[in-house]
Design a protein around this ligand. Structure first.
Ligand SMILES: Cc1cc2nc3c(=O)[nH]c(=O)nc-3n(C[C@H](O)[C@H](O)[C@H](O)COP(=O)(O)O)c2cc1C
Length: 205
């Protein structure tokens, strides 16, 4: 049975979406079955209209299917991504995460392997605080949290052991250094999720 990986993200202007796609590729290369999902846009039209890049992204339509609770239950491993919003995750992503109480109460989210990623416009604008905030949800679920660390030589260059990230100066799209870090993160997530899922299945947990 293939390891099942869910990549779920919110993106307003496309940067987090690109990070998600690279992470998904890295996971898929291990032979894992990968679902890439986004979450609903909940901002009012007048807020979206204040940012032409946000408006264009919304007008182009969703880049992925919307995540369901079934996707979370299905997954052995999860990667959750959000742009940094005032040092934390976007409310659109949090709204989705806040619908998981029923699954949590039944213990359906325990023992999943989980990792997170983000992008911000400045190097000290809250990359780590956003990743740590997403990880707080994982702790409540009983997930096995997988940081990126400096587990590959490339990560000394991309430089965020908390999780894949991108500093989008002047709205720049993720560069190859950042995308490679996300690819490594996807491979690492799927590899560790495989170890854990096989162990759980063989032990009947
Ligand atoms: C409401 C709002 C809040 C933001 N807060 C931060 C922040 O706290 N720190 C930062 O460096 N960038 C911040 N940004 C910039 C975004 O995180 C950045 O542009 C990111 O790359 C957008 O990702 P996306 O294209 O996936 O939407 C903020 C942007 C918006 C619209």
């Amino acid at each position: 049975m293939s390891t099942r990986i869910l990549v779920v993200y919110y993106s307003a202007t496309g940067n987090t979406a690109k990070l998600a796609e690279s992470l998904a590729k890295g996971a898929a290369e291990t032979g894992a079955e990968v679902r890439v999902r986004t979450v609903a846009e909940t901002a009012p039209p007048e807020a979206i209209a204040t940012n032409p890049r946000w408006q264009a992204y919304v007008d182009a339509g969703p880049r992925a299917e919307l995540a369901t609770l079934g996707d979370l239950e299905w997954a052995d491993g999860l990667a959750v991504g959000s742009p940094t919003r005032f040092g934390g995750a976007a409310s659109q992503l949090k709204s989705y995460l806040d619908t998981t109480g029923g699954l949590w109460a039944k213990g359906k989210l325990a023992n999943k392997v989980a990792t997170s990623f983000t992008t911000a416009s400045t190097a000290h604008g809250g990359l780590e605080s956003t990743i740590l905030a997403i990880n707080n949800v994982f702790y409540h679920w009983g997930s096995i949290v997988v940081p990126l660390g400096y587990t590959a030589a490339h990560l000394m260059e991309s430089g965020n052991p908390y999780g894949g990230s991108w500093v989008s100066r002047k709205s720049a799209e993720p560069d190859d250094v950042a995308l490679q870090a996300l690819h490594i993160q996807g491979t690492r997530l799927a590899t560790i999720a495989t170890f854990v899922a096989e162990g759980l299945r063989s032990s009947g947990v």
